[in-house]
Write a protein that binds this ligand. Structure first.
Ligand code: KG4
Ligand code: ZN
Length: 342
């Protein structure tokens, strides 16, 4: 079945961004994101505060998405929402809202897996970016996730590797915190790294079998390094900030690129699609470009607003499921742990 002229309202509330989008088939008409600044002062997301902020944001965000798309809620064909994975209290807000609104409007409800959505964001219609062909490798790198997935079809996904502890964005943010930088520190490490020497300091890379990742050891080694050096010189961080950031970023990128190269070797697939907030990192972009030139890889990075948590990516999955007639019923519940291939 080809779904013609479908308007889909999509809702995302899995972590600390409340987002609503309107799609017209695979085109995004609006994509509103309310980020929660409340967590900054705590240096990380506080689940209870996130849930409360979603409750405050959801109605205005949905209204704004409808207004920006210039459509009335009566024109909607279906409502798609993030069922999981994520923070349960946050997911419950979007799930309950989507269920009630679909019931009130008497239109289909479509549940979406957040991790699938990060990958299928590559299929949002956008004249400036090409779409990967199946099969391809997807690497999702953000504050909550680090995964390499073999994508054989829209809904035929297989996890090849994932983090055993911290996500890569957390590795950036926690390292930044140890250097006294504000949350989220990833973008700052990126900025300072551009002026530093990536080989100034050596941090050990973890030994993890296969395509899995581990970042918690790096955080500990940076902690000991900072403690040791500041004991000798209490302005060590200030005097070496650029070099420290460049060295941390270099180590993280080496870990990511090594695993990607392994995945390419293992599968023989050279199309690689990147998503998640860490895809904004200028270093990873440079490394991927190098791999295109030197190794013949073809890499894909969606527009930045579709990389970070957003409802447009939930909407594209909603549209693809609508075409398949894959709807949910009112008994559906949010799922904090929800495997991409389950
Ligand atoms: O996708 P996202 O907005 O939310 C999550 O699902 O987590 O990703 C946010 C993460 C944060 O850890 C942030 O520090 C990181 O992405 N990040 C970056 C950069 N921009 C955002 N990390 C490194 N370099 C960047 N330029
Ligand atoms: Zn995410």
């Amino acid at each position: 079945m080809i779904a013609e002229k479908k308007y889909i309202l999509a809702i995302e509330s899995s972590c600390d961004d409340t987002s609503a989008a309107i799609l017209f088939n695979d085109k995004v008409l609006s994509n509103v994101v309310a980020s929660q600044e409340i967590h900054e002062q705590y240096g990380g997301v506080v689940p209870e505060l996130a849930s409360r902020a979603h409750q405050q944001n959801i109605v205005p965000v949905v209204h704004q998405a409808l207004a920006m798309a210039n459509i009335d809620k009566k024109q909607l064909s279906a409502i798609a929402f993030t069922r999981g994975p994520g923070l349960l209290g946050s997911l419950l807000v979007g799930t309950s809202f989507a269920k009630s609104m679909a019931l009130g409007l008497n239109i289909p409800l479509i549940e979406v897996n957040h991790m699938q959505a990060h990958i299928l964001a590559h299929f949002i219609a956008d004249e400036n970016s090409a779409r990967p062909n199946f099969p391809f490798l997807a690497m999702t790198i953000s504050g909550g996730h680090t995964q390499i997935v073999l994508v054989k079809g829209y809904f035929d996904l297989e996890i090849l590797g994932e983090t055993l502890d911290d996500a890569v964005g957390e590795a950036f943010d926690k390292s930044a915190k140890l250097l006294g930088l504000p949350y989220p520190g990833g973008p700052l490490i990126d900025k300072y790294a551009q002026q530093g020497n990536p080989n100034a300091f050596d941090f050990p890379k973890p030994k993890v079998d296969g395509l899995n990742f581990s970042f918690s050891g790096l955080k500990t080694s940076i902690l000991y390094f900072v403690q040791r050096e500041t004991q000798k010189n209490d302005s060590f961080i200030k005097e070496n900030l650029y070099d420290i950031c460049a060295s941390i970023q270099h180590t993280i990128l080496e870990i990511l690129m090594e695993k990607l190269a392994m995945a390419v070797k293992q599968t023989g697939i050279i199309q690689i699609a990147i998503g998640g907030g860490v895809a904004a990192n200028s270093g990873i972009r440079a490394r991927l470009k190098e791999a295109e030139e030197n190794l013949g890889w073809k890499t894909f990075i969606p527009k930045f607003e579709y990389c970070t948590d957003n409802a447009a990516m939930i909407g594209i999955v909603g549209y693809l499921k609508y075409i398949e007639g894959d709807f949910s019923n009112q008994a559906i519940a949010a799922k904090a742990r929800y495997a991409i291939d389950g």
